[in-house]
Design a binder for this molecule. Sequence first.
Ligand code: SF4
Length: 371
Amino acid sequence: MQEPGYMPLKIADPALLFEALGKTPLVGMTPDEMADLLAELGEPRFRARQLFQWVYQKGVKDFAAMTNLPARLRERLAERTILRLLETETAQYDQKTSTTKFLFRLHDGSKVESVLMRQSWGNSVCITTQVGCRMGCTFCASTVGGLVRNLTAGEIVDQIVMMQRELPEGERVSSVVLMGSGEPLENYDHVLRAIRLMHEPDGLNIGYRHITISTSGIVPGMLKLAEEGLPITLALSLHAPTNELRRQLMPVARIWPIEEVLAAARAYGEKTGRRVTYEYILIEEVNDGPEEAAALARLLKGSLAHVNLIPMNPVDERPQYRRPGQERVNRFKAILESSGVATTVRRSMGGEIDAACGQLRNRAQRRQQRR
Ligand code: SF4
């Protein structure tokens, strides 16, 4: 796809990376694929369940830790396969909100960000689906260098496994949002495979209802997702109530106008029975006025909708966009609620960790270039 506003893809196929390494990643394999691999190695298929649990549930980093597998098999697996696809580069913890932001390094040296949030009702994570992004949203740090490549299903799931490892004994990740860098529906097949893997009972065992995919509004992808028969939540990044303003903020709006995007979101809600979330980044004096709030209320009134307001996090590369004050946020929320539209405001993570999505990676890249 090469529509106006999109940036070019730099590397096409992540699978080539692993071919070059001459090893197959275990994380990213389904239970059946693991059983086939074990059969090839002359092992009984029942061992696949044990292997699957070590890879996804226990998240071990070393074949030696797989104590219920014979030593001979562990050696052969180490020769033929790669266990983990990510290494932790940095982790920033915000005590006030019990949130940790991770920067992970991939096999090709690329870096991706993920966030672990520990809440009273469970542990949730926000994960990344692409290295960079080509959607060109003008308020976003992730898209500054364009798209480098899609993540594989294994790289997507491994973010969750790596973060689950950091939790106290007996705790697990219970919900996932695919809302980090990248447009998930542009990496459809890997994302869907990753979602099915997250759901596997012998692995992470995350209910489909606890998984949210966020999209900038790729209409064909939204309609395709509706046909999958999975009760996952769709979050549509709307960010503007009119085509004119949306086109200024999101180049994707030049391809699919707001009417089409909203129709696809409603179709998704009807098909799956799930309430659609509408994400709206509040940018001071750009889209946070009472007129925009009233226009958004008119668009969503009467539909099965929930609006999540996200006061903009300042982005180094986008100094023209500012975070609105609390008064403006409250006014926007009140206008939506007075029209009966369910609305929440995303809490701030605070401190250094509050850096907007993609910024940690950009800063790390700049540091590397200076060396
Ligand atoms: S907001 Fe999302 S879709 Fe838009 S450029 Fe950033 S990562 Fe890509």
